[in-house]
Design a binder for this molecule. Structure first.
Ligand SMILES: *[C@@H]1O[C@H](CO)[C@@H](O)[C@H](O)[C@H]1NC(C)=O
Ligand SMILES: *[C@@H]1O[C@H](CO)[C@@H](O)[C@H](O)[C@H]1NC(C)=O
Length: 171
């Protein structure tokens, strides 16, 4: 578990700094030509941890109605507490602190793959994130989601097994 202190971070001062900076600067921070935020910055701006989606996200779209679509090159596996499977397209309704009606994300629970339905951060200070996996709610520590994990295509498991056999054959 990770605990954060606020002693060396002052968000209010930082915001003031940004405001003054954007007033003085000829370049507006919200200039229309600035590139869209990365998916991980987007998550953070919506009160969600950036590690919720893997490093390998290729692109995303966010519609006016809140529908977020995230695109990966191929389905892949990663691990937080348990193993988690991302489909090549993950879809959900993004609003502040939640992803509702998630499609394309499953997590392993006692050898069963259960689709994740909702992901909710009610209170960041609690240090907890809530996963609705249909049969139950799971509370996990937010600290598991601090950094975007690497997500491995499923085929890589087979390749590793094959490689090991190859080494054994050479001995
Ligand atoms: C939200 O907008 C997207 C793109 O405009 C559309 O494809 C989708 O059907 C809409 N979803 C709902 C529930 O209205
Ligand atoms: C997403 O959630 C927002 C807020 O709850 C709601 O207003 C909106 O209609 C939802 N969009 C979709 C596509 O379900």
């Amino acid at each position: 578990m990770a605990y954060f202190t606020t002693t060396n971070k002052n968000p209010i001062k930082f915001l003031h700094f940004l405001t003054i900076f954007s007033l003085l600067s000829p370049f507006s921070l919200s200039s229309p030509s600035s590139p869209p935020p990365s998916i991980h910055d987007l998550l953070v701006s919506r009160g969600l941890p950036k590690g919720l989606l893997p490093e390998e996200v290729k692109s995303y779209t966010l519609s006016d109605n809140g529908t977020l679509e995230v695109f990966l090159d191929e389905p892949c596996l990663t691990k937080y507490e348990n193993r988690v499977f991302f489909d090549s397209v993950v879809r959900a309704n993004l609003s502040y602190g939640s992803l509702i009606g998630v499609v394309g994300l499953s997590q392993e629970e006692l050898f069963l793959w259960l689709p994740v339905k909702d992901i909710i951060v009610n209170d960041p200070k609690s240090g907890l994130i809530l996963f609705d996996i249909g049969v139950a709610y799971k509370q996990l520590s937010l600290s598991l989601f601090e950094e975007p994990p690497h997500c491995k295509p499923q085929g890589i498991l087979n390749n590793q097994v094959r490689k090991q056999k190859g080494f054994e054959a050479m001995r």
